[in-house]
Ligand binder design. Structure first.
Ligand code: ATP
Ligand code: MG
Length: 445
């Protein structure tokens, strides 16, 4: 090596290696092949929502902090300890990464006066953020799919939403999901229950944990939602809100149950089901599985007739649910469902770079005909040996290899070689008539 060349060669060994950056704890990358299952699930949801005539909304991930404090309630797990809140450095606004979807949706419905010409059936999908202890089925960035019906007060939409969720479990092939129902009544009924509940909890103050003691007078109903095993018996013996419901609330609850009964939906009444946010009234429900350990609630929802007014809108009733995508996918996996097949129909083998322009033209036509085609790509110094290309073709799982060899091309043809039948049967096809034979390459799945 000449002196001048030596000077120009960078001294690689002396360059400090950049420190590897890793993602934020509890926030996961969703990568192939798992992402295929996500796409499949999203596709099933979109198709089902269309069948129920629910329309999609896409809302911001960041909202004013006040929306969640006012909407979800100050004395809730989410607002007290789980929100990612920050100040916008440029204008001092208090902002929060959305911990759930309902408050933002209601904000949007009010802001755009969407109920002006009647009720709406809407759905959303997307990431939510809660600062929780990461564990199986519990993450800091997780994903929800939510369905919300706004502007209708009747029990029939509560039931429709439950039927929709139930259908979703069916199309996703989920077994072992049960439905729990309760009614939280109306504010006045809750007020009467509250006094009885406080008296009961005070009698057992020795078993209340710190959080429960703090909430005893600010939000005693929230105590029923505790996950503390030591408090389960006091919670179970607490006065039941159901016993405090008046005629109208009971009639609403019975109407929901009658529709579910008529449609063969099984459920059980859980008088202690209160849900984690303060905005609920009347019907509340959860879909639960025993297959996922303690993170068994895959979907929860209920009526929230006062939330729209609370965020400044004209009073209007509403009801909805949200499901946890990670938990639903975990359940699908648990049941041993195979991943969707990601293999392309064909893998293009291109021995010489000179063949690239013609080969790529053919692949474009194949793709336009609906064939999935993966092209062999080189290192920048040529395409690599036939042997290594065939190895890659096998690895891709493709059903056919297309070989764009010089000999074939000189006759205006390409070799189609079967990769999956073990015998490697091959044939020639004519390049100028791609569209007529493209369908023979497509998987029948
Ligand atoms: P949990 O009692 O398990 O904390 P939650 O009552 O806080 O659930 P919701 O606010 O009702 O949950 O959210 C609806 C669904 O979203 C839950 O049933 C669950 O499937 C999912 N979910 C909630 N929090 C998380 C999380 N941190 N990670 C993954 N999924 C979650
Ligand atoms: Mg929670």
């Amino acid at each position: 090596m000449s002196e001048s060349l030596k000077e120009k060669t960078p001294k690689v060994e002396k360059v400090a290696k950049a420190q590897k950056l890793v993602g934020v704890k509890g926030m996961n990358d969703i990568l192939p092949p798992d992402s295929a299952r996500w796409e499949w699930l999203e596709g099933q949801v979109r198709a089902l929502m269309a069948r129920y005539a629910y329309r999609n909304v896409r809302l911001p991930i960041v909202e004013p902090t006040a929306l969640f404090v006012r909407g979800l309630g100050e004395v809730t797990d989410i607002v007290e300890k789980e929100m990612y809140s920050f100040e916008d450095r440029l204008n001092g606004e208090q902002l929060t990464l959305r911990p759930e979807g309902t408050a933002g949706l209601v904000r949007s419905v009010v802001e755009h006066n969407l109920l002006y010409e009647g009720g709406k059936r809407l759905y959303y999908m997307g990431p939510m953020f809660r600062h929780e202890r990461p564990q199986r089925g519990r993450y800091r960035q997780f994903h929800q799919i939510g369905a919300e019906v706004l502007g209708f007060g009747g029990a029939e939409v509560d039931a429709e939403l439950i039927l929709l969720a139930n259908d979703l479990w069916k199309v996703l092939g989920l077994k072992d999901v049960r439905l729990e129902l309760n009614s939280l009544g109306q504010p006045a009924e809750r007020q009467a229950h509250r006094a009885a509940l406080i008296a009961h909890l005070e009698k057992h103050s020795d078993v209340l944990d710190e959080e429960a003691k703090r909430r005893l007078h600010s939000n005693p109903l929230r105590i029923l939602d505790t996950k503390n095993p030591a408090m389960q018996s006091v919670v179970e013996s607490a006065p039941r809100l159901l016993d405090f419901l008046g005629e109208a609330s009971l009639a609403h609850f019975n109407a929901v149950k009658a529709i579910l009964d008529a449609n063969g939906v099984n459920y059980s009444i859980n008088p202690r089901l209160v849900r984690g946010m303060d905005y609920y009234n009347l019907t509340v429900f959860e879909f639960i599985t025993t297959s996922l350990g303690s993170q068994g609630t895959i979907c929860g929802g209920g009526r929230y007739d006062y939330l729209i007014e609370q965020v400044g809108g004209k009073p209007a009733p509403a009801v909805g649910w949200a499901l946890g995508v990670e938990r639903v996918l975990e359940l699908i996996k648990e049941q041993g469902e195979a991943l969707p097949d990601l293999a392309p129909d064909v893998y293009a083998i291109i021995p010489e770079t000179a063949a690239l322009p013609v080969a790529m033209q053919v692949l474009q036509t194949l793709r336009a005909c609906g064939v999935s085609a993966q092209m062999h790509a080189g290192t920048g110094e040529g395409m690599g040996s036939m042997k290594s290309q065939f190895k890659k073709a096998d690895g891709s799982g493709a059903r056919f290899a297309l070989v764009f060899g010089a000999e074939e091309l000189s006759q205006g043809q390409v070799t189609v070689k079967s990769l999956r039948d073990g015998e490697g049967a091959q044939r020639r096809e004519t390049l100028s008539t791609v569209a007529t034979w493209a369908h023979t390459l497509q998987s029948t799945l």
